[in-house]
Ligand binder design. Structure first.
Ligand code: GUN
Length: 284
């Protein structure tokens, strides 16, 4: 039987509609949730991501500003920019678009963002809080993945989750969140021996490596929930995920497509975190 397709785009639209109402209600109380995004340099992918984030904010009523700085900005200048945003009561969320130019220390920059405004969840202290299960802003893509699995109605607790990929942005945090939801978690990576042997044991398989269609149907346990975080391009220029979707959907019970699966959830969770930050700052 063919898998149920987890339509991230539809879930994201539902969540954004609810957030829009929440923002309107906050504005009636005199609170206008605000997000500031800092973009350094002219990396085309970063420019496109930042544009999408600003548009999504506008659509639901979050006040957003994009602060563009030349690639030759000094680290000190960038840190001062962040200090200003940390002190600005109208700014509830701060996001520094990565990657940064090589002469700037990414860790120092992320460290400078006030924890209360760290809507990306990349501050080392937010990461630490995630590890120990304390309250913190969750990084947006992993948060979106957990939301998609929960909304499928399937239980996470007790299942064997295999995460392929160990990046700080997706692999590691999604593994921690699955653990927090009481899954038994394995993390696989480029040095894992017999990767197909491991993925075939996964009740929940999350792939975040960016290798087009490298997970084949025969690598998937029948009935598994398959979450595809890849967004690569195939030989025909088509946007594809890590999973060979057409074949895999005949084996899995639930599967996310690319595009239209995890992707739309990332910005949605950023909006969610920004609204949450505004509420927390106003003790709501
Ligand atoms: N670069 C690529 N993805 C992201 C993201 O989610 N947040 C930030 N800050 N930079 C990124």
């Amino acid at each position: 039987m063919s898998a149920t397709i987890i339509k991230g785009k539809e879930v994201a639209a539902e969540m954004r509609a609810a957030l829009k109402e929440e923002v309107a209600a906050l504005k009636e109380k005199g609170i206008a949730p605000g997000l500031s995004v800092i973009l350094v340099g002219d990396n085309p992918a970063s420019q496109s991501y930042v544009k999408s984030k600003a548009k999504a904010c506008e659509e639901i009523g979050i006040v957003s500003e994009v602060i563009r700085r030349d690639a030759d900005i000094t680290e000190e200048e960038l840190l001062r920019e962040i200090d200003g945003l940390n002190e600005n009561p109208n700014v509830h969320g701060i996001l520094v678009q990565l990657p940064l130019p090589k002469h700037i220390n990414e860790k120092s920059v992320l460290n400078r963002i006030s924890l209360a405004k760290d809507v990306d969840g990349f501050h080392p202290m937010s990461v630490g809080n995630l590890v120990i299960g304390d309250e913190c802003f969750l990084p947006c893509t992993p948060y979106g993945i957990i939301e998609l699995i929960k909304r499928s109605g399937e239980e996470i607790a007790g299942k064997h989750a295999v995460v392929v990929g160990r990046s700080n942005i997706v692999g590691k945090p999604v593994a921690l969140l699955l653990l927090q939801e009481n899954a038994t978690v394995s993390i696989a990576h480029s040095r894992t021996q017999d990767l197909p042997g491991l993925t075939r044991q996964a009740d929940i398989l999350v792939s975040a490596v960016g290798n087009p269609r490298f997970i084949k149907a025969e690598d998937i346990k029948p009935g598994a929930i398959v979450i595809d975080v890849g967004n690569g391009v195939d030989e025909n220029g088509k946007l594809v995920g890590d999973v060979d979707f057409d074949a895999a959907k005949e084996v899995a019970s639930y599967i996310t497509p690319v595009p239209g699966g995890v992707g739309p959830m990332t910005i949605t969770m950023l909006l969610n975190n920004t609204v949450e930050a505004a509420k927390r700052m106003n003790r709501l």
